[in-house]
Design a protein around this ligand. Sequence first.
Ligand code: M6R
Length: 607
Amino acid sequence: MCGIIGILGKSDTTPKLVSALKRLEYRGYDSAGIALIGAEGMDIRRATGKLAELEAVLEAAPVSGLCGIGHTRWATHGAPTKANAHPHRAGPVAVVHNGIIENFRPLREELIAKGRVFLSETDSEVVAQLCADFLEQGLSPEAAVAASLARFEGAFALAYLFEGEDDLMIAARRGSPLAIGHGEGEMYIGSDAMALSGVTDRITYLDEGDWAVLHRNSYQVFDALGNPVNRPETKVNLEAMAVDKGNHRHFMTKEIFEQPSVMALALSRYLSPDHGAVHIPEGAPDFSRFDRLVLVACGTAFYACHVAKYWFEQIARIPVEIDVASEFRYRAPPIGPRDAVILVSQSGETADTLAALRYVKGKAGQVIAIINAPESSIAREADLALPIKAGVEVSVASSKAFTCQLAVFAVLAILAARQRGELDEQGEKSLIDKLVSVPRLMDEALKAEPAMIDAARELAKARDILFLGRGPLYPLALEGALKLKELSYIHAEGYASGELKHGPIALIDDLVPVICFAPVDALFDKTVSNMQEVMARGGKVLLVSDATGIKRAADGTWAQIEMPNCDPFIAPIVYAIPAQLLAYHTATEKGTDVDQPRNLAKSVTVE
Ligand code: M6R
């Protein structure tokens, strides 16, 4: 999940490459680099760490050129060193790569045996070396790339630059996304529309297996078999891609505090104007023709599926299976025409989720995607794509995408219940009323921030933290733990409250805070008993509940955070706010890099 950019420009491309890399930094920030064809030939600049380091290198040793490629890296093969930073050069070829060349070892050995000298530990360098080898055999750049692509196994988005050719760039994709951008007498390639949003709004997405030969004033796309093909040009909404932090210190808080408004937007998109019924603008799936739903995703999006399982089963009485995409895709699960499969992804590019989609396509009765990026691979390949309308999410840790995924799931559960005869018109209206109150309740939940800041001061001192929840709040415990881990680097685990006594309770002592998500619902008293078990062993409980819950169960707890009273149906959406803000404030207390936590990337396009 690296980011790549390529520009065939009319003026010096260095500043444009750097600004495109800034927009791609969410894909990885272990190192960055650019290669340009200038008056003196090909020049490369690379630096480890964030883009600011590359900017410093460029200031000390400027380069210029009319065409260039750039890369921001999330390391897979080889440590984040300068030698492993892209672009990789072999003879006259420079290459940037996103993905993994799985058979790079035998290819590398083959090329070393031929006398080629490798300078990095990456899988990517083999792309440049193999191309250079074919060029030495007398092939043209186009033929050398075509011959190379036939040798690769794995996933890639590639951009090639050739010394002595300042009006040529070659791009290829298999498994990783890539788009061509069209300018006036300029041509671009980029990992996504966001990368290109600074230079153009005219985009041609490459299909799986495509490769393309680009000149400033023309281009030709070829399919995987080498046949010339036409791919449509689309116009992207640049305004929707404009992002800044507003008055916030981090994108993360901006995105957390945006939730009431984006939630209102997401909900209104899927409700009739009078808010009396569910309305799916793309055409409603017919849940009455399915015997089972299979929900698949990764990370936070998977926890959204986990909450949705409770909703679909309880409200629509339809069996639901959930799995993380990295397991699902390899366990060859039986899928048939009476299954609907729902894939969930903020980016719409997560490699495992995309592979899961491709596995079920043609087997399932319907393949539905819940996505934030409407032009993404997952959106384009699903039978039905339902946008969550969260707007661009920049912070690596997902927040508003999660709650908007829940919003879409909630309306689908109501729809399914209606279609399956489990809910009458009145019942539908009553659940919708509850959903419509969510933005207001989220707003109220955000007002509890001061109590969360106080709690976070203590949490920041802990080495381990546990999260507990029951029913649909159990996935929230998992999400709270994930958020805390990725933002603050404190070890955290989420458990179903009733599961604690089956082992994890051994961890409890006065140094391990236990955060309990416990709205007053049918299972409240059981959760309180589990809390008592923790406190009886010296555990420090932070109770997150409504006023009634706090009145009934605060005795003996270390701290309390008061949430608004809300119906159990919508509680998992509202309780996402403390899950996110506790992690955020613990991280700022510790001084970690909130928007770009170590080792992570926003879009995970490798397996
Ligand atoms: O783009 P996706 O929704 O497919 O991404 C899935 C996960 O990689 C993502 O949710 C990840 O877990 C986040 N960093 C969580 O905050």
